[in-house]
Design a protein around this ligand. Structure first.
Ligand SMILES: [Zn+2]
Length: 424
């Protein structure tokens, strides 16, 4: 028998079912935690969940006693870049193509071991990466990919420098990003869909880390954005996510029917009200905003982005608080990849700093995040019939949300019924 570091039902280790006992279940549905709960997993599905004495283990069932630990749904990061390590433009110049992929293996492992079992990749993971992950060639979270974000000429994903150098990453099968005018936008949207995107991403404002623009600049017209939304709709209601810092870009995106706003830094009251009314998701990415500020203060960011990174952190927090108070759907996403991988659950601490209760923050990274991805029927809560994505932690996250950031506190990670981490 093939020996695997990771316990793998497919590889023939006898048990097809797994009973997790003696834990407090925080299901993601927001209800009271269930003490002395149990979860029965068969193959990759949650077969039963409830009080320990209500569930009878089938024959040949592997029983895992979690000894009073806490059992949660696998967490979801709605904004990550699995292929990126710091997002430095010079990496494109110096790093051989294959190196990006080998780094990505480590990134996926770190993400999974942090307790994140599903992600939405916000740019640069391609169909080959997703196929390899789905074929189980290495440990990875389940993923939705956007492949290549769309950008205007001179926009956040245009890497043509004033020197004339183009710093974009390019290889066969990778679609182009730059498009101007509804016709080009339509063509690029179709090309990105052809390349295997599950979600379309569009840069509707400038960015902190870009060389040619500023975060508050509007990019794309509402008419251009409507084309992207329409092309996504043609694919069975696929969703569109928008990188947006400035209020003007956020409003354009909401008007065009875009499903989620990423960052949202300069959201004003009107933008927040529009998002709340339309039910648009907001992904504040506190992790990247706050960690970039720290890096900028330490002189670790490139000159062109240092000042912006420091300036936006404060206004970002205030505006996210306003969005939260005005009832915007806020979900957890980090932009890990622009900053270190594996820090995903730090976002929950920041969400609580913003005003959420720990239970709300947990839901923002489980149930609500699943809704943002359109995966609410298969992941996001611990419920009968859902995929067996389960995380066991030592400390009560309702008591100390920051404990989720401690890797040693994450005792067990199960994705699709398979155990990827077990330090119980
Ligand atoms: Zn991003």
């Amino acid at each position: 028998m093939k020996v695997s570091k990771y316990h793998n039902f497919k590889e023939g280790i006898a048990m097809k079912s797994l009973l997790i006992i003696n834990g407090t279940i925080i299901s993601g549905n927001g209800n009271e935690p269930l003490q002395n709960g149990a979860i029965l997993v068969e193959n990759n599905i949650i077969k039963d969940i409830g009080p320990r004495n209500s569930i009878k283990p089938p024959e040949n069932c592997q029983i895992i006693d979690v000894d009073g630990s806490f059992i949660l749904p696998g967490f979801i990061d709605t904004h990550i870049h699995l292929m990126s390590n710091g997002f430095r433009m010079e990496d494109t110049m110096y790093n051989p193509l294959a190196l990006h992929f080998y780094h990505a293996l480590e990134n996926m492992k770190l993400t999974l071991e942090a307790g994140v079992t599903s992600v939405r990749d916000a740019g640069l993971a391609d169909i080959g990466v997703k196929m390899a992950a789905e074929q189980g060639l290495f440990p990875s979270p389940r993923m939705q990919i956007s492949v290549m974000p769309l950008s205007i000429s001179g926009g956040h994903f245009d890497f043509n420098l004033n020197s004339g150098f183009d710093m974009k990453i390019s290889y066969p099968g990778y679609p182009e990003s730059i498009c101007d005018g509804p016709d080009e936008v339509r063509k690029r949207s179709r090309e990105v869909l052809r390349a295997g995107a599950d979600v379309l991403k569009v840069m509707v404002t400038g960015g902190v880390m870009s060389a040619n623009d500023r975060p508050e600049f509007i990019q794309f017209t509402v008419d251009e954005l409507k084309v992207v939304v329409e092309e996504a709709q043609f694919r069975g209601g696929m969703k569109v996510m928008a990188h947006a810092h400035g209020a003007g870009g956020i409003k354009n995106a909401v008007k065009a029917g875009i499903y989620s706003i990423e960052h949202g830094t300069y959201a004003d009251k009107e933008a927040c009200q529009m998002m709340a009314q339309a039910g648009t998701y907001l992904v504040p990415t506190f992790v990247v905003i706050n960690l970039n500020r720290k890096k900028a203060l330490a002189g670790e960011l490139p000159e062109y982005s240092r000042k912006g990174a420091i300036e936006i952190a404060k206004v970002h927090k205030e505006n996210m608080q306003m969005a939260y108070e005005l009832g915007v759907n806020i979900v957890a996403g980090t932009d890990c990849g622009v900053v270190e991988h594996g820090l995903n659950l730090l976002e929950l601490t920041y969400l609580c700093d913003m005003g959420m209760e720990p239970m709300e923050a947990i839901q923002a990274a489980t149930k609500k995040a699943a809704e943002c991805l359109g995966w609410q029927n298969k992941v996001g809560t611990l419920e009968k019939g859902k995929l067996a994505d389960i995380v066991v932690v030592k400390k009560d996250p309702l008591d100390d949300i920051s404990s989720l950031t401690d890797k040693e506190n994450i005792l067990m990670v199960i994705k699709d019924g398979k155990i990827y981490k077990n330090t119980l």
